[in-house]
Design a protein around this ligand. Structure first.
Ligand code: NDP
Length: 299
């Protein structure tokens, strides 16, 4: 039976370190990490994520501001707010909760955030730094960054030399940055997607298998190499009349099957999802350390 990679435990470790390092930074330099979260509209899932980000930031000892804008906010008004936050020295991380309403160009909004405060790591500058291996000065997207922390924990090493990694999914938010992080850690990386031929056999070659597809339980136990480290990024709602809410949350991996074959595996829920917010806090602290001229901690 595979070892469970517990997102709750590992995220709590990251947050404890952020808290301790924040106290140290404030005591030594007077710089308090500041994060601004911007949400446009009333989408309930987005509201939930924004609340949990604000709560975690408070717990970490950050200055935390949330800008809740009505759904009819114009693109110009949003860009103006981002400009103000870019100029605000007390803010080290800016996050615009996606998706934004259709009348706003999300690409334009993301690129308007100063790369020095782009803690989501979506700006062209940060994507370029990650792709060229300049991790020391980049911000890395939080979900793949959290997945890497879990891989290092599960395998007990940060050097993945000689290991084959397969990432299923090639999105800009998860798949591509994940692949770049694995390359930077010396893994031999294959990126699979909807046009990949014979996906099961591609997956079976993976010592590290990362699923970021958005299709519930698509990856079956027999696709998993015995002993592999399986990271399930997927968060999917599946109808379940037997549950109180009428649905359950499932990953992209068939957990019950894969658990019998893998060496280690993340559950859903309770896995990668919990790491994303923790890594956002880590990135904001790193940003504040850079501004204060202090060597940032590593996570
Ligand atoms: P996208 O929809 O942007 O990308 C999905 C990728 O999966 C695409 O590259 C697509 O290929 C590929 N794909 C789709 N169907 C298949 C298939 N049948 N076989 C092989 N590949 C396929 O999703 P995201 O990357 O944004 O998210 C992926 C999952 O991760 C979702 O479940 C999402 O909810 C979850 N997620 C979780 C987060 C967390 O905090 N844990 C954060 C972000 C996302 P192609 O490019 O060819 O279309």
């Amino acid at each position: 039976m595979a070892e469970r990679i517990d997102g709750k435990v590992i995220a709590a470790e990251v947050l404890d370190k952020v808290k301790a390092e924040t106290e140290k930074l404030v005591a030594e330099t007077g710089v308090q990490p500041g994060i601004a979260v911007v949400i446009v509209g009333e989408d309930p899932a987005s509201q939930f994520y924004v609340r949990s980000k604000g709560k975690r930031a408070d717990e970490c000892g950050f200055k935390s501001v949330t800008h809740r804008l009505p759904a009819e906010t114009s693109e110009d008004a949003l860009l103006k707010l981002i400009g103000e936050l870019n100029d605000d020295a007390s803010i080290h991380g800016i996050l615009v909760q996606l998706p934004v309403p259709d009348h706003i160009d999300d690409g334009k909004v993301i690129q308007a955030i100063s790369p020095d405060k782009d803690v989501d790591g979506f700006s062209f500058v940060n994507v370029g730094k990650l792709t060229t291996g300049q991790l020391g000065s980049a911000f890395v997207p939080c979900t793949p960054a959290g997945s890497m922390v879990m891989i290092r924990k599960a395998l007990g090493t940060s050097d993945l030399s000689g290991l084959n990694a397969v990432v299923v999914g090639r999105s800009n938010i998860v798949g591509k940055p994940m692949a770049n992080l694995l390359i930077a850690a010396n893994a031999t990386v294959t990126v699979a997607h909807s046009r990949t031929k014979d996906l099961p056999s591609v997956c079976r070659a993976a010592d590290i298998l990362v699923a970021a597809v958005g299709r519930p339980e698509m990856i079956k136990g027999e696709w998993v190499k015995p002993g592999a480290c399986v990271i399930d990024v997927g968060i999917n709602r599946v109808d379940d009349p037997s549950s109180e809410k009428g649905y359950r949350v499932a990953g992209d991996v068939d957990f019950d099957e894969a658990e019998k074959v893998a060496g280690s595996i993340t559950p859903v829920p309770g896995g990668v999802g919990l790491m994303t917010v923790a890594m956002l806090m880590a990135s904001t602290l790193i940003s504040a350390c850079r501004v204060a001229g202090k060597e940032p901690p590593s996570f």
